[in-house]
Design a protein around this ligand. Sequence first.
Ligand code: ADP
Ligand code: TZD
Ligand code: MG
Length: 574
Amino acid sequence: MDHNTSEVTEDAPLTDGFNLLIDALQLNDVETIYGVPGIPITDFGRMAQAAGIRVISFRHEQNAGNAAAIAGYLTKKPGICLTVSAPGFLNGLTALAHATTNCWPMILISGSSEREVVDLQQGDYEEMDQLAIAKPLCKAAYRILHAQDIGIGIARAIRAAVSGRPGGVYLDLPAQLFGQVMDAAEGQKSLVKVIDPAPEQIPAPHAVIRALELLKEAKRPLVILGKGAAYAQADDAIREFIEKSGVPYLPMSMAKGLLPDDHPQCASAARSLVLKESDVVVMIGARLNWLLSHGKGKQWGEAPKKFIHIDIEPKEMDSNVEIAAPVVGDIGSCLAAFLAEMGGQWQAQSGEWLDAVRAKVESNVARMAPKLMNNNIPMDYHGALGALRRIIEKRPDAILVNEGANTLDFARSIINMHKPRKRLDVGTWGVMGIGMGTAIAAAIETGQQVLAIEGDSAFGFSGMEVETICRYNLPVCIVVFNNNGIYRGTDVNTSGGSDVATTVFVKDSRYDMMMQAFGGVGVNVTSPDELERAVNEAMDCGKPTLINAVIDPESGTESGRIGNLNPQSVVKKK
Ligand code: ADP
Ligand code: TZD
Ligand code: MG
């Protein structure tokens, strides 16, 4: 069948693949597309923009993809990334895999070469079997070959991305699809509005009772909140459950702020104690992966522990340790069921255990306080982050983006978050390069001021997007923690050769000048006071700003807090 002419009569109004794609996306409330233009999607981007979709053009697809991924996390709607074929697709694929790993909904839409030529491997322009390559790296992958299938194809992609455990979806659009013409009325009829894309998943009542009976028996209970809990946007129910149960809680990195970090039940500053000593642990939207030492080993102590696990993904239960009380469902529904079952009778946890946790929190916080007030030059991480902590305290609506090694680990523990979904970082993989894509999407999706705290290495992975930030005039303030390199800027090449060590960069670089190159504000600061002043100014005016914060190159440690995962040779080559 020739799809350019099928069922089209001479004078009936026509539509084509370009228009149907735009109609299908708009019908499903897609407002923003993140991407990079080129063959075969240049006109699609133009037309989408003309139709009122906001199309944000990046300098590299990985950053556009990271923007789409975090947009999905922030909005519970799939973030859309649009790329060209083979190389553009591959650039976007890292972000698609990252979204899938983090359980965030995203759709990577890539143009592709002609199927006939690709399948015979005849060497088309940017030839690649993209569908096959994407499949193992995402939650679902589809290809649309006919214009009349665009409606159903987009619907499948949306539903696959957001229902159940969210994840990345790949959508393959061969070049010829865009130009396929069909009758406009038939085209409209073929569109699909996705009804209830992420249906509630109600937990079984007996699973809820089993969990609460276990919790009632606990002497030293603990709740761990993960980014799935933040994603679920069940903020009130989560707070009510925590407060009604009286149980201390530990927020994972991106769950910080679900309840304010200075909440009396927050156990962040007593992490080692609560992991070791707790007897019943309630996991809410968090996995027992490497970030929690797989739920076993030294960190978790000797005392026997029982786990209650709330998650939408049944396969997550028993993934690392035995789960005594699995509760499968969406977090909003699960916590509503918990609260209903707890009723007015529930005896909130109090006494010795909470007192011990509070005492530990208070002594650790007091020990840290003077370090955060230091005004040393050159700055160390504590002095610089103490200043930024005071900023976020005063501006709790600002969104914090954070990547690096020491820059990440210190910022996570030092900067208190006060509201949900305000801390966006490297996620499950600890991937460098999410910074600028994340900052851009955060500004666009929320309209809030963004503060991106970036290691100098981490920033380099997506730094060219400062042009994008200036082009769209986004309220993003980037602080580059410039310690001349990865972990520390003081390593030396032991060969005696003229190359510098593998972990160091050009000394005394001026990242602030990169921002100036595109009309943004660039500032170089050397003290915490200067840093605080510069960030406040940036946030008051909302102009794109990059602050080069000179950090003592000796103050970091190898691999930050996860040095234990870093194999090091004991038999080093001379
Ligand atoms: P963290 O890194 O913060 O510990 P993870 O990414 O490991 O968090 O875990 C998030 C978990 O949340 C995943 O297992 C995912 O299935 C789950 N999840 C995501 N959204 C929901 C939801 N709406 N309801 C229940 N569970 C969810
Ligand atoms: N590449 C990717 C994509 N992700 C990674 N995590 C790494 C490489 C390895 N890596 C880290 O885990 S942290 C880091 C790298 C290269 C950079 C640390 O240096 P920084 O931060 O300047 O960003 P600090 O403050 O100097 O530690
Ligand atoms: Mg560094």
